[in-house]
Design a protein around this ligand. Structure first.
Ligand code: FAD
Length: 464
């Protein structure tokens, strides 16, 4: 065999798997047909967060007059913003290249395809290995009739480059994390933004209260959000792209936009890998079927991780799965069984981990809910923040924390406290008894836990 392990795809899942396996002494190759770092580093998590940072600075400068500081109207050099974003991406991707070198992972450039049980062909050359990790990720989902043209109609990759000028009117189709983050960016740069979502709420499967709170905040920022609404058709006119949308009641409306962003989810890259040659099953949606907690497929020498393996399509889940697969391939008993936090990096951020209230009830729990509105947080006041909330879901019988949902500043960092609490089997009381520094936004987590026990200090407690 040429290698102990060949990883196909160098996104967050693939590069974690390759490096961890190499750390454990395996001879490893990683196949990549595009840019090292995958979607996350090149056209996903990292560039969007770079743009969101610029957007936040821009809004901060504009909003500072509320605190008595006038910066005047900010001047934006879009080409410089783009260069900065690309520099951030380059720093991250070259870091992965260096880690590959440092850990002696061989990078095989080209498209990988199985041609036998233990053989993968890359750029016309066959490489053999004992074991494989499929980490080929996902691509944007399309809507028939809304074909991308790189100008009027774009996907998330197209939206990363704002171009020569900010579109006056942006229509975002899909109010998941990706759609909402771009809505935030473009709205901050001055676009009039409309978001159309087919589901009854924004932010996908988020807790209903958190979703409502985020929608309220984004609408307050000037975005128009239409839920339970689907797009029907589009046509280019002299006025712009006219998109016909239809509400649940069948009522139609034409929305004219200068740019239309299609952000309706992602499709796994399970096809075209020659998986039949390795005897690996793919389901009807294109996900490579994972059969156990070690991330093995039905062919035990082949693992599948990240977006191509299963939802949720998140980078940190891919990373964790990559580590589990690598360790198991190296003979360790590692298994994947952790909760997956998720964050929407809008302002305010929405972060959650564990069960929503509805999920907990559906799973048969008698739930105990603790809430704390950030309007009662001293730290929020000092930041000029008036909305936002923390909502904790506990099991009324055992007091164990089942879920955390937050809308507010730093929610994406604070969620890690809740993820750890859930992993450790902490109770609401554990959280309530833990000192949180004052004044911080994180105090709201403690007060929500206190509220669940009828002893919050800064808000009225329900009669118990
Ligand atoms: P990917 O990152 O998709 O990488 C797969 C790699 O495999 C690619 O480089 C591809 O070129 C390569 N490949 C595919 N087929 C082959 C082949 N046959 N041969 C060789 N190479 C191949 N997630 C978060 O957790 N947080 C975020 O903030 C976040 N923001 C996002 C923003 C945007 C705009 C987008 C699009 C996604 C975002 N995501 C975010 C999702 C995140 O990017 C993905 O969940 C993550 O990249 C999945 O990692 P992966 O390793 O499974 O695959």
């Amino acid at each position: 065999m040429d290698f102990d392990l060949i990883v196909i795809g160098s996104g967050p899942g693939g590069y974690h798997a390759a490096i961890r396996a190499a750390q454990l002494g395996l001879k490893v190759a990683c196949v990549e047909k595009g840019a090292v770092g995958g979607v996350c580093l090149n056209v996903g998590c990292i560039p969007t967060k770079a743009l969101l940072h610029v957007a936040a600075e821009l809004r901060g400068a504009k909003d500072a007059s509320a605190f008595g500081v006038d910066f005047g109207t900010p001047k934006v050099d879009l080409a410089a913003v783009d260069r900065w974003k690309l520099d951030v991406v380059k720093k991250q991707t070259s870091g992965v290249g260096m880690l590959f070198k440092g850990n002696k992972v061989t990078l095989l450039e080209g498209e990988g395809r199985f041609t036998g049980k233990n053989t993968v062909e890359v750029a016309g050359k066959a490489y053999t290995a004992e074991k494989f990790v499929i980490a080929t990720g996902s691509r944007p989902a399309a809507i028939p009739g809304f074909e991308l043209d790189g100008d009027r109609i774009i996907d998330s990759t197209g939206a990363l480059t704002i171009g020569a000028s900010v579109p006056a009117r942006l229509l975002v189709i899909g109010a998941g994390a990706i759609g909402l983050e771009f809505a935030d960016v473009y709205s901050s740069f001055g676009s009039e933004v409309t978001v159309v979502e087919m589901l009854p709420q924004i932010a996908g499967a988020a807790d209903a209260d958190a979703s409502k709170e985020l929608a309220k905040a984004l609408e307050k920022r000037g975005m128009r959000i239409l839920t339970s609404t689907k797009v029907v058709s589009q046509k280019a006119t002299a006025k712009g792209t006219e998109v016909t949308v239809e509400g649940q009641d069948g009522k139609r409306e034409v929305i004219t936009a200068d740019r239309v962003l299609v952000a309706v989810g992602r499709r796994p890259n399970g096809a075209g890998l020659g998986l039949e040659a390795a005897g690996v099953q793919v389901d009807e949606r294109g996900f490579v079927t994972v059969v156990n907690d070690h991330m093995q497929t039905n062919a035990p020498h082949v693992y599948a991780i990240g977006d191509v393996a299963r939802a949720p399509l998140l980078a940190h889940k891919a990373m964790k799965e990559g580590i589990v697969a690598a360790e198991h391939a190296a003979g360790m008993p590692s298994a994947y069984d952790t909760v997956v936090p998720s964050v929407i990096y809008t302002e305010p951020e929405l972060a959650s981990v564990g069960m929503t209230e509805a999920e907990a009830k559906e799973a048969g729990f008698e739930v105990r809910v603790g809430r704390f509105p950030l309007s009662a947080s001293g730290r929020a006041s000092t930041l000029g923040v008036s909305g936002g909330l923390v909502k904790l879901i506990g099991d009324a019988k055992t007091d164990i924390l089942l879920g955390f949902h937050m809308v507010g500043p730093n929610a994406g960092d604070i969620v890690s406290e809740a993820a750890l609490a859930i992993e450790m089997g902490a109770t609401l009381e554990d959280i309530a008894l833990t000192q949180h520094p004052h004044p911080t936004i994180s105090e709201a987590v403690m007060e929500a836990a206190e509220h669940a026990h009828g002893k919050a200090i800064h808000i009225a407690n329900r009669r118990r």
